[in-house]
Ligand binder design. Structure first.
Ligand code: ZN
Ligand code: ZN
Length: 435
């Protein structure tokens, strides 16, 4: 492109500035970008490449022309990026251009965890597991819930596995069958179970999906399973790594992996991927089964080598959040007061059910009491008692059950809905959604 054309293009850009919603907004790669968006000299793919915007990068929006945003890079260089591969993120505090509404659904899967998050331009699922509901296909509770909440949804931009325990992954295969998955994220910690084997095979078989772990980038590794229900060698194709670099989600939203470790600890809970979602100016912390140590009262300090202990030591400021999806189903192994202080949330969600973990039914009363002093507490286990038939029937009769009604498994009644809208208090309640 000649200098004269470049000036003409900038003039065209200047002419369009009036249509730009807010001058201080950022342009970032959209969720479907896996490597980089090219910043070009002009509004055409025939012009020279000036720079690359990788996931997590952004540039200042200074204007737009048909099909292209004009951006300014740190250092002052201006160029063009395709609108098809980028999103505009509102500058903080700019209410006018941030009409985005973000919804967090803590799905009542019985004994386990599944958190569905949707916002402008993206949908995400963190875990899909249950100890006591193993249905596939349309009977799968996670699929049934997402179908009821978003009948139009065909694609999940991000699927994150916190750690390879059954109560976090057992319902995943039907999720792969039902939705197109763009990105799969996990630590890479292998668990030689049939459930994890099914998950990994589904991730590798998903057309077009990019898989990310905390082990390596752009290479392969092999995992051999010898289980009776799922076996063979899986070649794992790794795209770019799960790192501390934020991942852009959609308008005004990003995802931050605060803890990621694939080391084969004896307890996979110690591999829990801790994710902070920044959604329209608010923060949500997802902690999987991250722990603070053994079963002790919240007042005890977390052990220094526990995930809670390590996160406090390395990055306490990063933990600050408005909403905490509580670690390890509200167990005494987690939610030490020092960790809760660092997070400082005002809303707490516990996902649990009637199935005991090592003979302990979660959540623990002491953790529930501690959280209740700190803010609003919601629980998915309220009507999942041991007398499954009674509980299931009562919640069905009140037509609050989402998912299969006649499966004689707990869950489905106490789905938690947390709505974030800019400049509004967060709204958290049990969902009135009925399928
Ligand atoms: Zn768990
Ligand atoms: Zn676990």
């Amino acid at each position: 492109m000649t200098l004269r054309n470049w000036s003409a293009a900038l003039l065209l850009g200047t002419a369009a500035l009036a249509a730009t919603p807010a001058m201080a907004d950022d342009v970032a790669p959209s969720a479907r970008v896996s490597s980089a968006v090219l910043v070009r000299e002009g509004p055409s793919t025939n012009t020279a490449i000036l720079a690359r915007l990788r996931p997590g990068d952004s540039a200042t929006l200074v204007g737009e022309v048909s099909g292209w945003y004009i951006v300014e890079l740190p250092g002052g260089t201006r160029g063009y990026v395709s609108k098809a591969w980028t999103i505009v993120r509102a500058a903080d505090g700019d209410a006018a251009s941030a009409a985005g509404r973000h919804t967090i659904h803590v799905i009542d899967v019985g004994t386990g965890l599944a958190v569905f998050v949707e916002g402008p331009g993206f949908a995400l699922l963190y875990d899909a597991g249950s100890q006591d509901d193993l249905h596939g296909g349309e009977e799968n509770r996670v699929v049934a819930y997402i179908r009821a909440a978003r009948p139009d949804l065909t694609r999940l931009d991000h699927l994150i596995l916190s750690h390879p325990h059954k109560d976090h992954l057992q319902l995943m295969p039907a999720v792969f069958e039902t939705f197109q998955i763009a990105h799969v994220w996990e630590s890479g910690r292998v668990n030689k179970t049939d459930g994890y084997c099914h998950f990994l095979k589904a991730a590798m078989a998903e057309p077009g999906a990019r898989y990310h772990d905390a082990i390596a980038a752009n290479t392969t590794r092999s995992v051999t399973f010898t289980g009776s229900g799922c076996n063979g060698t899986v070649t794992v194709n790794q795209a770019d790594m799960m790192t501390e670099a934020p991942v852009a989600l959609g308008s005004g939203a990003s995802m931050h992996f605060l803890y990621r470790d694939a080391h084969p600890y004896s307890d996979p809970n110690e591999n829990s991927v801790v994710v902070r979602l920044d959604l329209g100016g608010k923060r949500v912390l997802l902690t999987g089964d991250a722990e603070g140590g053994g079963r002790e009262l919240p007042a005890m300090p977390p052990s220094p080598r526990s995930i809670e202990g390590q996160l406090i030591a390395c990055c306490a400021a990063e933990l600050k959040a408005d909403v905490l999806v509580v670690g390890h189903h509200g167990s005494l192994t987690s939610s030490r007061a020092a960790f809760l202080d660092a997070v400082g949330a005002s809303i707490y969600a516990i996902s649990s059910g009637p199935y005991p973990y090592h003979r302990v039914r979660l959540p623990d009363a002491e953790v529930v009491a501690e959280l209740a002093t700190r803010g609003q507490l919601l629980r998915t286990d309220r009507e999942d008692g041991f007398r499954l038939d009674d509980d299931a029937r009562s919640c069905e009769m009140r037509q609050r059950k989402v998912g299969p009604d006649a499966d004689e498994t707990p869950g489905g009644c106490d789905n938690i809905l947390i709505v974030i809208e800019r400049n509004q208090p967060i709204d958290a309640a049990y969902s009135a959604l009925v399928d």
